[in-house]
Design a protein around this ligand. Structure first.
Ligand code: UDP
Length: 240
């Protein structure tokens, strides 16, 4: 395939669910973590600047806690802490592949991660380090998709790569409807008009307002992240 990267600086959103071991229900599946890290290494070797925003859904979500009697805000902090755990797991596998990596947290945890400092994060990228952003935005009522939209905007990224287990945006749920059709390209207004769910509404409107393109794709196959970064027809791209 085409080895020329289309994007120079990317923010990759990894959902917590993508890390889950589907058979045992354990929060991490080492082969999955390693596959993602290998894919990142490939992209790193192309000279692309990589920032990662990790989710926490494999461990805890605020909304789930609320259904079990935990206050929404408490649950959200538990969710944010889950992303710290995921970020550290990632840091470890990425580092073991020989790539320099730094973790920056939106909630101070100075013994285990740097605080989020925009200029320092940019500097890490320029020096070829992968930066992992954890603890979301640091505020309850937000999501890590919103965090990705925020970080991508403030870091001046070229695109958000939303890596999930579904290979794009469909006109209806492909798990329920076998005749669901995948879109290759969409613009923001089209996505709104057709009520397609690309990201939650806060994340989506941030991207819309800042003209930040979103590429939704599946990273289950090896090489998917490279293909996405090289602009191959993979997933669905949503642009202004
Ligand atoms: N969260 C939050 N504020 C943020 C980001 C995340 O309160 O800025 C909490 C929220 O409870 C969320 C949880 O952290 O459910 C895990 O994040 P998310 O659901 O986005 O993870 P993913 O679905 O990507 O695994």
């Amino acid at each position: 395939g085409n080895q020329e990267p289309k994007y120079k600086r990317v923010v990759i959103k990894l959902s917590g669910e993508a890390l889950l071991n589907r058979e045992t229900g354990e929060p991490f599946d080492p082969p999955v973590l390693e596959s993602i890290a290998r894919q990142l290494k490939e992209v790193h070797e192309l000279g692309v600047e990589i920032a990662i925003v990790v989710g926490g859904g494999n461990i805890f979500r605020g909304l789930k806690g609320e259904k079990r009697g935990v206050d929404r805000t408490t649950g959200d902090y538990m969710g944010m802490l889950s992303t710290v755990i995921n970020g550290l797991a990632f840091m470890d596998v990425i580092e073991k592949m020989g790539i320099p990596v730094r973790v920056q947290s939106a909630i101070p945890v100075e013994k285990i991660a740097e605080p989020f400092i925009l200029r320092r994060a940019k500097r890490h990228l320029e020096k070829g380090r992968i930066v992992i952003f954890v603890a979301g935005t640091g505020n309850p009522y937000f999501s890590t998709d919103t965090t990705a939209a925020l970080r991508a905007s403030e870091m001046g990224a070229d695109v958000i790569l939303k890596a999930t287990n579904v290979d794009g945006v469909y006109d209806k749920d492909p798990k329920k409807y076998p005749d669901a059709k995948k879109y290759e390209k969409l613009d923001f207004l089209e996505a709104l008009r057709k009520r397609l769910k690309v990201m939650d509404s806060t994340a989506f409107s941030l991207c819309l307002d800042n003209k930040m393109p979103i590429l939704v794709f599946s990273m289950q196959e090896e090489g998917s992240i490279r293909r996405a970064v090289c602009g191959e027809a993979i997933g669905t791209v949503v642009t202004a």
